[in-house]
Design a protein around this ligand. Structure first.
Ligand code: MTE
Length: 302
């Protein structure tokens, strides 16, 4: 494969969780908190650096409809999900199909930190310091067979542990899919942690997909099944509303959602002055991923 991935964000750009907590304690009750934070963030943005959201932003403002459709519902309800033991079934066009325990997967993978922009189709964004491994490494462990073209993913479906699945908001279980070259791209990871802590249930424990150049709904949570195939797999939001949510769902400021513009985004958290910012083509990963879509009409294939 031709591309080598370089991280434009380093650990130095992150607000370590401990420092964040300490700063909050130091400034607790201080009237100037918002203003001090705003000044710091403004300078960082001017310098072109990305400042990760706080642990609190990332873990208290979520979409995980299996636990409710409100942004605070997953943090409130997802503690009921049993994530240990956890097994991921890998099947389809692979040399070694089977049930892989989370322990086996973690044993075989190298966990690293990736600080990525995260852009939801609802036009809000964060920057998240994930811990995880490249999906390509897991697929290579299973051995992708000749002729495979797509990878399908499925979330656990446990009515006893997931209060949201009583409601037919989506056709459960939540499913997603990628083209094989997208799945094998070095930017595509399986996240198992945030800020060097195990990934919380509301963010998709014990393992969730992260595809940073696509809208957030492609980043399917709490995965129990991965199927390699030669057929484009169905995806939950496309099934729910095919005219609004396509298979590709690449972040693209020039292709509006039928009901709102995607040209800019609300920065979650931060400060009083963080406000909105322009959305970047492929969410800022154009250099790394544009070649995947050469010759493809990105308006027709939204
Ligand atoms: N995965 C499942 N299983 N169920 C969901 O409702 N929501 C998606 C995605 N993965 C969702 C999911 C959407 S719309 C977004 S924006 C992201 O998860 C949100 O991830 P976060 O809560 O970790 O920020």
């Amino acid at each position: 494969m031709a591309y080598r991935w370089k991280n434009d964000l380093t650990r130095a750009d992150a607000t370590p969780y401990d420092a964040f907590v300490n700063r909050r304690q130091l400034m607790g009750g201080a009237l100037g908190l918002g203003l001090i934070g705003a000044a710091g963030m403004g300078r960082a943005q001017e310098a072109g650096e990305l400042v990760p959201n706080t642990y609190e932003d990332i873990t208290q403002y979520n979409n995980f409809y299996e636990f409710g459709t409100g942004k605070a519902d997953p943090a409130r309800n997802a503690h009921t999900l049993t994530t240990d033991p956890w097994t991921v079934q890998i099947d389809g066009m692979v040399d070694a199909p089977g049930d892989y325990t989370m322990a086996q997967i973690l044993e075989a993978m190298t966990i690293e930190e990736r600080i990525y922009r995260f852009r939801c189709v609802e036009a809000w964004s964060m920057v998240i310091p994930w811990n995880g491994f490249e999906l390509a490494d897991l697929l290579n462990l299973a051995g992708v067979q000749e002729g495979a073209k797509y990878v399908a993913f499925e979330t656990a479906l446990r009515p006893d542990e997931m209060p949201g699945v009583r409601f037919p908001v989506l056709d459960w279980p939540y499913v997603e899919g990628l083209r094989l070259d997208e799945a094998m791209h070095p930017l595509t990871i399986m996240a198992t942690g945030i800020y060097d802590k195990p990934i919380p249930n509301q963010n998709g424990a014990p393992m969730r997909l992260v595809v940073p150049w696509k809208y957030g709904f492609k980043s399917i949570k709490s995965i129990v099944k991965i199927t390699v195939s030669d057929q484009e797999p169905p995806t939950s939001w496309n099934k729910a509303n095919g005219s609004e949510y396509g298979f590709y769902s690449n972040v693209n400021p020039e292709v509006s959602h039928p009901r709102w513009s995607q040209a800019n985004e609300r920065v979650v958290g931060g400060s009083l002055f963080a406000g909105r910012q322009d959305t970047l083509m492929f969410n800022g990963y154009e250099e790394e991923v544009a070649s995947l879509y050469e010759g493809l009409d990105l308006k027709a294939n939204f």
